[in-house]
Design a protein around this ligand. Structure first.
Ligand code: RP5
Length: 170
């Protein structure tokens, strides 16, 4: 099974990135997590991107805040799909990171989830891997089914609560 490489620009991104590997672990998809910065450790970022495919990675998730360029730099040095996770930090609260991802100039595309969207990034990585891995596709289908069940339970809870409230108010 292909792995997901999760790169974050700083250890200060850790908690916002945690949902990515949490959901990947729920799905049984292996991942590597590492800190590398496009501007503080540019050589390391390039090295990671260049070796990722040979190390068995099928997707890269890149979490960074500020006017972030980590996802773009990683994408520039490999042909794996790269998904940016804009981190909510600093004066602009992640809008800068979001725009730097979705406004990537032409030729080396990256995808992006929303600000702080690490869990969705993990799920999207699983969807990418599912295109060539039936086991991952099956796990993702089961995950979707579990969401259906949870919404059904939420619906029953809300109805029961409202029935009780409305009964009490009469
Ligand atoms: C970015 O700058 C990192 O991804 C982080 O979101 C932000 C702040 O980094 P620290 O100054 O906390 O290390 O490169």
């Amino acid at each position: 099974m292909k792995k997901v490489l999760i790169v974050m620009g700083s250890d200060s991104d850790l908690e916002q990135m945690r949902p990515a590997w949490t959901v990947l672990r729920e799905l049984g998809i292996p991942c590597e997590v590492t800190v590398a910065s496009a501007h503080r450790t540019p050589e390391r970022a390039v090295e990671l991107a260049r070796e990722a495919r040979d190390l068995g990675c099928g997707v890269i998730l890149a979490g960074a805040g500020g006017a972030a360029h980590l996802a773009g730099v990683l994408a520039a040095h490999c042909t794996l799909p790269v998904v940016a996770v804009p981190i909510a930090v600093g004066t602009l609260g992640g809008v800068d990171a979001l725009l730097s991802a979705v406004q990537m100039p032409g030729g080396v595309p990256i995808a992006s989830v929303g600000i702080g969207g690490a869990r969705n990034a993990g799920l999207f990585a699983a969807a990418i891997l599912s295109a060539s891995d039936d086991g991952v596709a099956e796990k993702l289908a089961q995950f979707r089914e579990s969401q259906v069940a949870k919404v059904g339970e939420a619906d029953r809870r809300v109805k029961a609560k409202l029935a009780q409230e409305w009964g009490e108010s009469r």
